[in-house]
Design a protein around this ligand. Structure first.
Ligand SMILES: [Ca+2]
Length: 366
């Protein structure tokens, strides 16, 4: 059999690894458990724990009315004084009314253990606040999701706010345990316009809600939401693809023996986060097994770390025998619309895993 080089085993392996990576490195999430863990505060004076209207939190400004939102997250797995690499809020949108732009900042409450909100303990009254604040400007309208098909919008990185809170010497030791409060504050939007976004408020166990989530990426490697994987393998080159949420410095070490990765790519500095990264390995030998690993750090920060050693095989010689798989676009993004969604994902992983199991291939495997 003759096979085009880009249907190489490396591509299949890469896809397999990347789907498994999604499962294995999903960020740690801080959750909301009670109705009083979130709500809207209007004009720093009135607290609506069920959301301002229609079970929705309002955030922003409508003329002289200011709408702020408070969240208390339960983060039982966080350790006092650990330093997380990245964090963001994810809010299930129910639309917006943006006439120009909505100016916000995100701040935390500097308490070792945060109790829930109430009329007497509104977000504005919870003190002291963190020194770190993160600006957030929203200019585009938010599209509207549905309870069974949520549409999430994400905040900028708020890791510095979280790190300031959990660095408190007695963080997590109070009666409310490992909890922390994050507030979203309207900050300087026009008083002659409406600039509001709406998102789901966690209300009760009987209502279908999509509560806000605090996503926590503890390590730099966790922020690689697209883990390193291969594409376009030829007889003399391969491309490593990667997607990071943060700015990074990185390069790749590679070679034909796993313990001795004698070659390396040109170091790349200050690569922008949230931008696809492609690194080419060139001058490779045909029909040869290669090993590689990432060497990376947060841009300009600290020591370099190394990733796991991964492997691929360059284009086989003509006439040689090998096994390969073809996969189709499974439309995984629609999966949650259907019943038994976990089963469908499991089936897909099994399908991807079959070629790797070697059992079904008598021919030479990779
Ligand atoms: Ca609530």
């Amino acid at each position: 059999m003759r096979h085009p080089s880009h249907f190489s085993s490396a591509c299949v392996l890469a896809l397999f690894v990347s789907y498994f990576s999604l499962a294995m490195f999903w960020p740690y999430s801080g959750t909301i458990l009670e109705n009083s863990d979130d709500g809207t505060e209007v004009n720093d004076s009135i607290w609506y724990q069920d959301g301002y209207q229609s079970s929705l939190n309002y955030l922003g400004r409508r003329n002289t009315s200011k709408f702020d939102v408070g969240f208390r997250f339960h983060v039982g797995n966080l350790m006092q004084a650990e330093r997380i690499a990245y964090a963001r809020l994810r809010l299930a949108s129910f639309g917006s009314d943006i006439q120009s732009s909505l100016h916000l900042f995100i701040e935390g409450v500097l308490q070792p253990s945060a109790t829930a909100f109430s009329t007497d303990e509104r977000p504005s009254q919870k003190v002291p606040k963190t020194k770190n604040k993160v600006d957030w400007t929203i200019q585009e309208s938010w599209k509207e999701g549905q309870p069974d098909v949520p549409l999430y919008y994400s905040s900028p990185d708020i890791s510095q706010v979280i790190n300031e809170i959990i660095a408190l010497p007695n963080w997590g030791l109070g009666a409310a345990g490992k909890t922390l409060i994050i507030n979203l504050e309207e900050n300087g939007s026009s008083e002659e316009q409406t600039n509001l976004v709406y998102f789901d408020d966690f209300e009760s166990s009987t209502k279908v809600t999509t509560p806000a989530v605090l996503e926590i990426y503890r390590t730099v490697y966790d922020t690689f939401i697209g883990k390193e994987h291969l594409g376009v393998v030829s007889d003399s080159s391969a491309t490593i693809n990667l997607y990071s949420l943060i700015d990074t410095d990185l390069y790749v070490q590679y070679g034909t023996t796993p313990g001795i990765l004698i070659d390396q790519t040109q170091p790349l500095s200050d690569l922008r986060g949230e931008t696809p990264i492609e690194i080419s390995l060139d001058g490779l030998k045909a029909d040869t097994r290669y090993y590689y690993r990432l060497v990376f750090r947060q841009a300009g920060e600290g020591k370099f770390e190394t990733g796991e050693i991964r492997t691929f095989h360059t284009q086989r010689s003509k006439g040689s025998s090998f096994s390969f798989a073809i996969i189709a676009d499974e439309h995984l993004q629609n999966m949650y619309r259907y019943p038994h969604k976990e089963d469908r994902m499991e089936l897909y992983w099994i399908t991807l895993g079959l070629p790797l199991s070697h059992k079904y291939f008598a021919a030479r495997s990779w």
